[in-house]
Design a protein around this ligand. Sequence first.
Ligand code: NAI
Length: 346
Amino acid sequence: MIQLWCLGSHMRTTIFSTKPYDRQFLETSRKDAIELHFVEAHLSPETARLAEGSEAVCAFVNDDLGESVLRQLANLGVRLVALRCAGFNNVDLVTAKSLGLSVARVPAYSPHSVAEHTMAIVLTLNRKTHRAHNRVREGNFALDGLMGFDLNGKTFGIVGTGKIGEVLSKIVHGFGCELLGHDIAPSPSCEALGMAYVSREEIFARSDILSLNCPLTPETHHMIRKETLSLLKPGVMLINTGRGAVIDTRAAIRGLKNGRIGSLGLDVYEEEADLFFEDLSGHVLRDDVFARLLTFPNVLITGHQAFFTEEALGNIADTTIANIDAFRCTGVPVHAVSVERLAGKP
Ligand code: NAI
């Protein structure tokens, strides 16, 4: 395509927190006018200088895009922060705006990837297939401790019925569950499936399975905490594939110990930045809260992998490159995130 209207002919982008799979997919989607500079380091006040010479940086969920980092980036001449994820809770949008930094994200890449992984956690926690697999491999065919429950007929609550919540609703509907939803903006397609929208208190009280699929905002931060634990249906299966800090982990541990939470499935964790995406198997685990979580037989944790499908990575790379290219040409990325969105629906 001839792009005579482009503002810039060439754009260097530093990709932080690069994993081999990021490199593979981004290089496949890359356009000639975009130079990609891959670094493995997380973006932080100590590493921001690695963006020197780039007009754009590409960052992921646990990169630090707080005030100090943004100021450093702006001083280095960076003009675009292209997130290769949907959530933007890690970006200080107010500072970005004041510095004239554009922020872009990948609003949708595969809601199916996260919804299907959410269901994998629900099914594994319920039917204990992870434990059964290990038992059978050791020649132990006893069923004690493996009993689950029928999902059919259970009440499945979804907090945040956006793109992922909608796909999850369809899957859960197929299992014969009663659907409850809570959202600041109800989805007509969920309502068409028979989802009843209720208050936060009511979805807490009535859900046998409660899935958190909302973004992390001031309103959703520690939605599950000491004060709200008692509102949950006793024995609830609680699933969080949204963002870690929607749950106060210490409160969840309390709920697991007193039985209010019957089982807990997490793909995200509020202190995950120090743990997830790295092989720490040879290191001492320093996070005592996380270590306590690992001791429960009724807790299942995956390391922020819900998005991790071929389709999602391909879409993330395509959209990230499209954001950078549009910014290169017009000064505006395709999917801009603005500070105004902090107050409303992302
Ligand atoms: P979306 O923007 O399509 O949907 C989010 C929904 O949450 C919207 O309907 C919105 O109205 C609702 N919401 C916002 N504030 C709320 C509140 N206070 N109470 C109830 N509902 C509220 O986003 P999408 O694509 O469905 O993703 C949802 C979240 O999932 C993302 O923000 C991100 O944090 C997380 N995510 C996790 C991934 C993983 O790999 N574990 C991958 C992708 C996203």
